[in-house]
Design a protein around this ligand. Structure first.
Ligand code: C5P
Length: 233
């Protein structure tokens, strides 16, 4: 019998280790890695580039009707292209994080991203990370994870990602705290722990250990999924 190709969700705040763990799981399962934050980043970045107000739901809604990115996903990467040009790199810039979290409060933006995510996962076989994947986008997924870590640990990790940025760990921590506040207090799809998620505090764990715990849970929920050997590359 063919193995089921299911949907795995990983939610949690920035710097909790979602992307690294999601890629380890995608590699172990041979699934696509889906980064929902990249789509919010795309909208925030494009809104700013086109001088649209980041709080104007109506203007953004009209703009999104014309925004048609191409997506290329595999086990390790989630690449976005606009007009034939790869834009994944610019989307990782710190200012785009702020733009993304502002547009992410708007319902039309959330609907636009959610419908793309569901389309990408139409045949299953995805490990999808974000803030609302287990609660809103894929509420019926059976293997859900929520990763968290202390604000300090998250700021240290994020600062390492931003090697070229001149920012202290304290400044990065303030930015993360501000984003956490906005992401968890918004009315539309706030960041929440899904009721049926396995919660893992990654403060003192390396990504391989976190992925091992996730794979153990996936084996429990789906005993029929074989080939769960960790490929840490
Ligand atoms: O995950 P990442 O840091 O790239 O996400 C950027 C921003 O996009 C988050 O701070 C959040 O505001 C928004 N986001 C969201 N829902 C998701 C993924 C990201 O609101 N599922």
């Amino acid at each position: 019998m063919a193995e089921p190709r299911v949907i795995i969700t990983i939610d949690g705040p920035a710097g909790a280790g979602k992307s690294t763990v999601a890629r380890l799981l995608a590699a172990a399962l041979g699934y696509l890695y889906v980064d929902s934050g990249a789509l919010y980043r795309l909208v925030g970045w494009q809104a700013a580039e086109n001088n649209l107000s980041l709080d104007d739901a109506q203007a953004l809604s009209a703009f999104l009707e014309r925004l048609q990115p191409e997506v290329a996903a595999d086990t390790q990467g989630f690449h976005l292209f606009l007009n034939g040009r790869e834009i994944s790199q610019v989307l990782r810039e710190p200012r785009v994080s702020r733009e993304a979290s502002r547009v992410a409060v708007l319902p039309p933006v959330r609907e636009w991203v959610t419908s793309r995510l569901r389309h990408l996962a139409a045949n299953g076989g995805v490990v999808a990370e974000g803030r609302d994947l287990g609660t809103v986008v894929f509420p019926r997924a059976k293997a859900k994870f929520y990763l968290d870590a202390s604000l300090e640990a998250r700021a240290v990790r994020r600062r390492q990602d931003w090697q070229n940025e001149d920012a202290s760990t304290e400044k990065v921590a303030r930015e993360l705290a501000e984003r956490d506040r906005r992401d968890s207090s918004r009315a539309a799809a706030p960041m929440r722990v899904p009721a049926d998620a396995l919660v893992i505090d990654t403060t003192n764990l390396n990504p391989q250990e976190v992925a091992r715990q996730c794979l153990a849970r996936i084996r429990e929920v789906f005993p029929e999924i074989a080939g769960l050997e960790m490929k840490t590359g």
